[in-house]
Design a protein around this ligand. Structure first.
Ligand SMILES: [Ca+2]
Ligand SMILES: [Ca+2]
Ligand SMILES: [Ca+2]
Length: 104
């Protein structure tokens, strides 16, 4: 029997012997993010080092979260004089010592 990859480890057995639900990835503390065959803890996400071969652990890691929390910007877009956040929060607090809030 052949089943689509999307049905492997989807929590519902399609195979009679349930082999599609065997050896499934289970989230644990040291294995919260899966990329390819690797498994890394969330603390490895956005730590500036590529831990996944495809770099997915470092993808989408902005340095500034807009105050509405819907957007995350790279540092280079914060306090550059142009509002990137819908609410302009990336251009506020630019006078303070530490205007950059971490995203997570
Ligand atoms: Ca399944
Ligand atoms: Ca990383
Ligand atoms: Ca900006």
């Amino acid at each position: 029997m052949c089943i689509p990859a999307a049905e492997v480890c989807d929590g519902k057995p399609q195979c009679q012997d349930q082999s599609d639900e065997r050896d499934c990835w289970i989230k644990t503390k040291s294995c919260e993010h899966r990329c390819g065959k690797r498994c890394i803890p969330n603390t490895f996400l956005c730590d500036g080092e590529k831990d996944c071969l495809d770099g997915s652990d470092e993808a989408g890691c902005g340095d500034f979260m807009c105050s509405d929390r819907r957007m995350c910007l790279p540092k280079s877009e914060v306090c550059d004089g142009r509002a990137h956040c819908p609410d302009g929060s990336d251009e506020m607090q630019c006078q303070s010592e530490d205007p950059i809030a971490p995203c997570n």
